[in-house]
Design a protein around this ligand. Sequence first.
Ligand SMILES: [Zn+2]
Length: 262
Amino acid sequence: MKRLLFFRGVLLLVFSLFGTGCGTAMLSDEYLANKAKGQFAQMKKAEKISSNASHKAMVNRIGKRISGVAQVDLPGTEWEFVVFDKKNPNAFAMPGGKVGVHSGLIDLAKGDEDEVAAVIGHEIAHVALRHSNKRMSQAITIGLGGVILDVAMRDKSDSDRMLAKGAYGVGTAVGLALPYSRTHEREADHRGILYAAMAGYDPRAAISFWKKMQKAGGGKMPEFLSTHPDSGKRIEFLQSHMDHALALYRQTKAARGEKPNP
Ligand SMILES: [Zn+2]
């Protein structure tokens, strides 16, 4: 019983620490942009870059239009868009405007430009919302949590220490090993379709793309543990913001003198 109470105390400590770093970006944008710049340069050396000219042209076109819209949130960013020759359907955007798209993602979208734009819009939204910064700030807070726990455990028996460390490990892994939290994913989904729409891309493509992902078996992981929220729930969420995004899309198309999709 005593052990159980103590254990609950440890879990409380872990979860209270979770809360503190959660919503704040503690690091400077310049610091992260510089770090990302170096990482991206390494990635370009280590990974195979696509030689598909039409893929490259498409991603650069999308990148130019969406970063143009996102510029208000990320002034002065040196954008760079690279297509990597990799099979798994993925894309990412790093602080400082370094964006990578895997050829496998363009293949899964069957070359549908609106769908690729939906994904790039989502990734750029993560950067605009400083999600990496918040995530890293949280990791630093949790790191301090580990030190506090070590000090607190100094007088306990070895087995208690092991138990506590185990609980701490599970807590931090589930909470932090995930690239983005579900809250961050939702924020990026919402902002992403608005970016895409304001850049003149059909925001409904976010939904058709997720349906393709679902079909390809992207949603097999349990929702709580997967890095992205369950595809079905994600589609529902996107749908709830679609009217607003569609109105923006139609406005942009009219301003560009183009015909929107029906
Ligand atoms: Zn995401």
